[in-house]
Design a protein around this ligand. Structure first.
Ligand code: SF4
Ligand code: SF4
Length: 210
């Protein structure tokens, strides 16, 4: 949580993005987030909430308030283990887990995910490799994860990597599939189907966007 001399940092209305909640709510069944009663059941059920910077209840409240920057830069969505305990117990049947995924997709799309945090870096590099080659290669995935999250650790483990390479346990050759063009077409269709609507799309669909 952002703090200023031990106190939570106040966010002013001018820093809020009123269209943020509509963007997240554009996922199937996402509009239920507006019926949240802030009971806190989701936070109480969540096994990861003690490790999160904002609890699931807070994330829902922040999305509704338009706190785009804080939600997308938060570690909470990335720590979510997709156990669905919150979604099952929510008295308003809000799809909290799906909302976490929507926020993650937006954070990747806008490059707003927390810097140097391994989970989004790994997810992003994995998807890029699958999109380009059809498969991910562990050695390259590890290299990019270390370089982008903690370059010092990269040099610390470089010796171990070199030994594994010399013993043939890891390789530098990229794994790939045939007919990668077809795979890319499938991924594009899937991405379009699950795309969170942008402000422009919401506006053209008749939603008032400030
Ligand atoms: S359990 Fe559901 S209604 Fe209660 S705070 Fe969480 S999202 Fe809101
Ligand atoms: S799905 Fe995610 S947010 Fe919900 S309880 Fe499980 S870990 Fe927590």
């Amino acid at each position: 949580m952002d703090e200023w001399r031990g106190w939570p940092k106040i966010q002013f209305e001018s820093e809020m993005d009123p269209s943020f909640a509509d963007e997240i709510a554009s996922i199937p069944g996402g509009d239920k987030l507006f019926s949240c009663i802030q009971c806190g059941t989701c936070s109480g059920m969540c096994p990861l909430s003690p490790c999160m910077d904002y609890t699931p209840r807070q994330i829902i409240a922040m999305i509704r308030a338009g706190s785009r920057g804080k939600v997308l830069a938060s570690r909470t969505t990335w720590l979510c283990a997709s156990c669905y305990a919150c979604s099952v117990e929510c008295p308003k049947e809000i799809k909290i887990t799906d909302i976490m995924y929507a926020a993650k997709r937006l954070a990747i799309r806008e490059g707003a995910y927390p810097r140097h945090f391994g989970i989004p870096i790994l997810a992003n590099e994995f998807f890029k490799a699958v999109e380009k080659y059809g498969r991910s290669t562990e050695s390259w995935l590890t290299v990019w994860l270390f370089l982008k999250s903690d370059p010092i650790q990269f040099f610390k483990f470089a010796g171990l990597g070199a030994r594994l390479f010399l013993k043939g346990r890891i390789g530098a050759k990229r794994d790939s599939v045939k007919r990668r063009g077809e795979l890319r077409s499938v991924l594009k269709v899937l991405e379009k189907e699950h795309m969170i609507k942008s402000k422009r799309e919401l506006a053209s669909a008749g939603k008032e966007v400030v």
